[in-house]
Ligand binder design. Structure first.
Ligand code: PHE
Length: 344
């Protein structure tokens, strides 16, 4: 038995007893230290096991400790007796209440909501497709053959090592374009789909996070051509970014669209003239193009009867471009720092 330990126990007991706020707590503390199985009682019961000299020394000390604890209990008991119960229950109803903190949607959820509304106004139907996808829907059906670089282990998060179905391996949905095939299989033209979903790719830098969101548009009907695509993008730019915003198309390549375009929006600061922030006057939004005939066929649609256009853009990227935040790093969107999140 160690003298220091006993002293510490005594200090701890006395300070918590003196701070006890009601009789119930006081009784609980009495039992904890002096009850039949209390901490001090236990030590006293162990005394006979000690050598004579030690027993005398520790025994004396324990007696003093017990006495001190009893005094503290008595003292606190008397103090609590003196406080009339009404005093404790009295409350001042004129004191301003404590406000319950109110949360708000995360910036990305706000963006998804706003994007949905803009497209719903022109008849697009919002859908959601799986966040884990078969290789066939994510690549094969989109005319991306097995040796396409995006199907490399370094470019996508594969869940399986080996294919275990006729659809190949499972992969964390690398882009919302797999939703094109799912939508074509689910329904028939005319199609006006807006698929907003979570995607994953193994990238991490100021403009890429391993988890991100895309919104994918798909329009299929008889006689759809590039002017429809451009019209929808113009409408989106004006309604989402603001009346002075414009888009432009740049030729590009995707396996699943032909022709393909990269879409830019003019800079919110210089409106396209070119400034320090944008350099050339424009910011990139994402990919688009006329749906490739082979993709229509994968979806079970006859390319001789129908044509369509598609686009798949990043939610985070588009939203930052709108709000004029001039954030040059999207990573804080995925970090739990409330000082950042609560600004929006
Ligand atoms: N899926 C493409 C990407 O993630 C974007 C895209 C969608 C391009 C639809 C063309 C048509 O980069």
């Amino acid at each position: 038995m160690n003298i220091n330990k006993i002293q510490n126990l005594k200090n701890q007991a006395i300070s918590s007893i003196l701070e006890a706020e009601d009789k119930k707590e006081l009784e609980r503390l009495r039992i904890q230290y002096l009850g039949r199985k209390g901490e001090i009682t236990k030590l006293i019961k162990e005394l006979p096991e000690l050598e004579v000299e030690k027993r005398k020394e520790i025994g004396g000390l324990l007696n003093d400790v017990k006495k001190a604890i009893e005094d503290a209990l008595e003292q606190t008991q008397a103090k609590l007796q003196r406080i009339p119960p009404e005093d404790k229950e009295w409350s001042d109803i004129t004191v301003p209440g404590e406000k319950i903190p109110q949360g708000h949607l995360h910036l990305i959820s706000q963006a998804i909501k706003e994007i949905s509304v803009v497209f719903e106004k022109i008849g697009f139907i919002r859908v959601s497709y799986p966040e884990v996808e078969w290789e066939w829907f994510a690549f094969e059906a989109l005319n991306m053959p097995e040796d396409h670089p995006a199907r490399d282990d370094f470019e996508s998060f594969f869940v399986d090592q080996k294919p275990h179905s006729k659809y190949g391996r499972m992969v964390i949905t690398p882009h919302t374009s797999s939703g094109q095939i799912r939508e074509m299989q689910r329904t028939e033209p005319p199609i006006r789909m807006i698929n907003i979903g979570r995607c994953g790719r193994p990238n991490y830098d100021a403009t890429h996070t391993p988890t991100f969101h895309q919104f994918e548009g798909l329009v299929i009907d008889r006689g759809i051509n590039v002017t429809h695509l451009k019209g929808v993008f113009d409408y989106f730019a004006k309604n989402f970014f603001g009346p002075k915003r414009k888009i432009r198309l740049r030729p590009f390549h995707f396996q699943f669209t032909e022709p393909s375009f990269e879409v830019d929006v003019n800079c919110p600061l210089c409106l396209g003239k070119g400034c320090k922030v944008c350099k050339g006057g424009w910011h990139e939004l994402g990919g688009s193009g006329m749906v490739h005939p082979l993709v229509l066929e994968s979806g079970g649609i006859d390319p001789r009867k129908y044509s369509g256009f598609a686009f798949g853009w990043g939610v985070e990227r588009n939203y930052l471009m709108k709000s004029g935040l001039n954030l040059d790093d999207i990573r804080p969107l995925y970090e739990p720092d409330l000082r950042f999140i609560n600004q929006f």
